[in-house]
Design a protein around this ligand. Sequence first.
Ligand code: BEZ
Length: 220
Amino acid sequence: MPLHLGDTAPDFTTETSTGPIAFHDWAGDEWVVFFSHPADFTPVCTTELGRVSQLQAEWDKRGVKPIALSVDTNEEHAQWIPDINEYNNTTVEYPIIADPDKKVAELYDMIHPGEGDTSSVRSVFVIDPDKKIRLTMTYPKSTGRNFDEILRVIDALQEADRGECATGVDWQPGDKVIVPPEVPTAEAKEKFDDVEEHYSYLRTARVKADAAGTGAVGCG
Ligand code: BEZ
């Protein structure tokens, strides 16, 4: 079963490099970046897992917990982590799921036979504190991901939730946001600051400093 945006992220129990976890309990009230890599002791993965570790302060700032997965064993993770740390001048502290029986990888549809059926592709799930899936991404085995872009999406999702708005192309924190089409301009002028109407369907604005939205909005 494919997992869709808005679905509840399936719960599971598993072994990880930092001990056994029950996924939902481990996530608690925080956001989660759950990502798979094809295999331990491979070059692209060594760079990716190191980058996620280097970004630990950025995840913390946003209330996000990273967690990785491969179909390797905990013993293999334990032998590989020193290489990640040394090559990337970091210390991996987040858990890496050991999934040799592919139980979790299959639950999250991380095995794509066209890319090989013995290991996972590079999947990413951003999961919010309500355990809803807010972003999915799938990269091929040969291409390393850009985790700065994943941070940017989390910033955009958190701003969209807070302001009940959307964000445009290449949005960065501090940029103006997009007023959802269903909000009339008169209402938008009360709800947002600095509203500009470019077309009837394209209004940009700033989220009020004290906004505290109630959840995800669509844009269509
Ligand atoms: C890598 O991480 O370098 C890699 C893993 C599987 C296939 C291709 C590259």
